[in-house]
Design a protein around this ligand. Structure first.
Ligand code: MG
Length: 387
């Protein structure tokens, strides 16, 4: 019986994880961590009876405590609480699905504790790839990606023995749906509103990641994450716009073979695979009918228009704290855009300006990373105040 902790349980990945858990039937939920969606968390507690539940802060904890007073679940709160649950030896697997850099500390705690980490939080590897790598070496923790692209690459890499991977893997090719504005030029993007940007053609996701997918910053973060996860440089990670979202990503080996993982766009497969790996289990309603799709198309992304992707490559080449800085700046800028305080293209400008102003700190510690993130957000707010 797998003992699972789900951090970020009320978000898009978290709720789908719990659906997989229900369908699998051989997984117990040890703990749930969520932000402030007390109503949904209460429902989840009643359904899965975890030993612990953690919420964002003490105010939310009070509210939850009252709501679930008749259950056995103990309520804790804050980043310390999430970290505690991630490290708790009562669970063997942790799903890291907290959105943003808020998920970093708990991811690191799970890795240090030697757990299997099913990782949906991109920021963990984008901001602290080296720290995670070192911690994994020491603890032997397994890191299985949940993001559809990284899961696809991970699945393709099963074709190469792990000792030969460094020598035989030539390129990672991430696919991108292109978001709702694919094909548009900068002057057509000026008046984009949050409402328009939140309409994604193929995937259902949270608000922040949907905006990131409209700016292509989501793909930029995925490039940075892939480089860390698969131990390649960002220049070995290519991006292809593939509007059908059927090929979830590919690898190219040194002999020119290209391996792809395909499937209907449904996050439940990568979630389930991260939990059951190396086993595969049946999934309902998940049959890909290629004859119905008829054509799969691929094109180069427009890096001139969608500058965040180009900036992410730059950040990856510079390394150290720069990926953390572009990520922090992006979180702050997207929040301002969602509040309708800045325009769509202002996000691009704020990323570039923040990167320009940053002097990288080499081989950053966790404290350096948290400070670089804070600094980047502050820079965005200062830029905004000057506008
Ligand atoms: Mg993705």
């Amino acid at each position: 019986m797998m003992k699972l902790t789900v951090l970020g349980s009320t978000g898009s990945i978290g709720t789908q994880t719990l659906e997989v858990v229900q369908e699998q039937g051989n997984i117990t939920i040890e703990a749930l961590g969520a932000g402030r969606n007390i109503k949904l968390l209460e429902e989840q507690i009643r359904k899965f009876s975890p030993r612990y539940a953690c919420v964002a802060d003490s105010e939310a904890a009070k509210e939850l405590q009252i709501a679930v007073a008749d259950t056995e679940t103990k309520v804790i709160s804050g980043a310390d609480g999430m970290e505690e649950l991630a490290a708790d030896p009562a669970s063997d697997t942790v799903v890291g699905a907290i959105v943003g850099i808020a998920g970093l500390r708990s991811s690191l705690a799970a890795v240090k504790a030697g757990k299997r980490l099913a990782l949906a939080n991109k920021e963990t590897l984008v901001t602290a790839g080296d720290l995670i790598r070192r911690a994994r070496k020491e603890s032997g923790a397994e890191l299985i990606p949940v993001d559809s692209e990284h899961s696809a690459v991970f699945q393709c890499l099963e074709a190469i023995s792990s000792e030969r991977r460094k020598a035989e893997l030539k390129r990672v090719i991430l696919t991108a749906s292109g978001g709702p504005f694919v094909g548009k030029k900068a002057d057509e993007l000026r008046d984009v509103t949050p409402e328009k940007a939140l309409k994604h053609p193929n995937w259902e996701m949270g608000a922040k990641i949907t905006i990131d997918s409209a700016t292509l910053m989501n793909k930029g973060l995925e490039v940075l994450e892939a480089a860390q996860l698969f131990d390649v440089t960002v220049d070995q990670v290519d991006v292809l716009v593939h509007r059908q979202s059927i090929v979830h990503s590919m690898i190219e080996t040194i002999d020119g073979a290209v391996l792809a993982q395909m499937g209907v766009p449904d996050m439940k497969l990568p979630i389930q695979y991260a939990l059951t790996y190396p086993d595969r289990r049946p999934m309902q309603n998940n049959t890909l009918n290629l004859a119905e799709i008829t054509a799969l198309t691929f094109e180069k992304p427009d890096l001139e228009t969608f500058r965040p992707l180009a900036l992410a490559y730059d950040a990856g080449r510079m390394g150290h704290t720069m990926p953390c800085v572009i990520n922090g700046a992006n979180e702050a800028a997207v929040a301002l855009f969602l509040q309708k305080k800045i325009g769509f293209l202002d996000i691009f400008e704020m990323l570039a300006k923040t990167m320009q102003a940053h002097e990288v700190i080499k081989n950053p510690t966790l404290t350096d990373i948290i400070e670089a993130d804070r600094w980047a957000r502050e820079m965005v707010m200062q830029n905004f105040a000057r506008k």
